[in-house]
Design a protein around this ligand. Structure first.
Ligand code: TYD
Length: 144
């Protein structure tokens, strides 16, 4: 398996189409068009109690596109060297997170929803859930 040692500079906000209408707005997302991978799974976080942190892991192989269709939350991105926080609060954009980026999702507003489009089915084996393991996994790959 060839792993991609991405950094937080490889993450980016991607704007989505917004079809405006006085009766309400609509945003479509097409497989492999707006986002740089094929969507194989969709899941969403909701009813997140105030002050809770979600995420707290990296994925070895998975790419994700994180959207906030309602409310707001912050995504903390970390590549072991640099860390940045991205606020998501617009329904017509999302955050592309490639492989091997540590992420934490915090500061959920009341009613905040985190919609995740993912490039692979769920597989616990491709998670790295311990930050120290994450750092050593990256260091080992970089040394190869
Ligand atoms: P996890 O990915 O740790 O959630 P988060 O990063 O949002 O805090 O997943 C939480 C639990 O849900 C864990 O037991 C695995 C399970 N799960 C699935 O069964 N399928 C899925 O697609 C996802 C994302 C999680």
């Amino acid at each position: 398996m060839e792993y991609k040692i991405n950094t937080i500079n490889d993450t980016r906000i991607i704007k989505l189409p917004k079809i405006q209408n006085p009766k309400g707005n609509l945003t479509p997302v097409h497989n492999s068009e707006e986002i740089p991978f094929d969507i194989r799974r969709v899941y969403y976080l909701y009813d997140v109690p105030g002050g809770e942190t979600r995420g707290g892991h990296a994925h070895k192989e998975l790419e994700q596109f994180i959207v906030c269709p309602s409310g707001s939350f912050d995504v903390i991105l970390d590549d072991g060297k640099e860390r940045k926080t991205i606020k998501l609060n617009r329904s017509y954009e999302g955050l592309y997170v490639p492989q091997l980026i540590w992420r934490e999702i915090v500061n959920f507003s009341t009613g905040g929803i985190c919609l995740v489009l993912a490039s692979l089915p769920y597989d616990e084996n491709e998670y790295i859930r311990d930050y120290d393991n994450y750092i050593s996994f990256r260091e080992k790959l970089s040394a190869e």
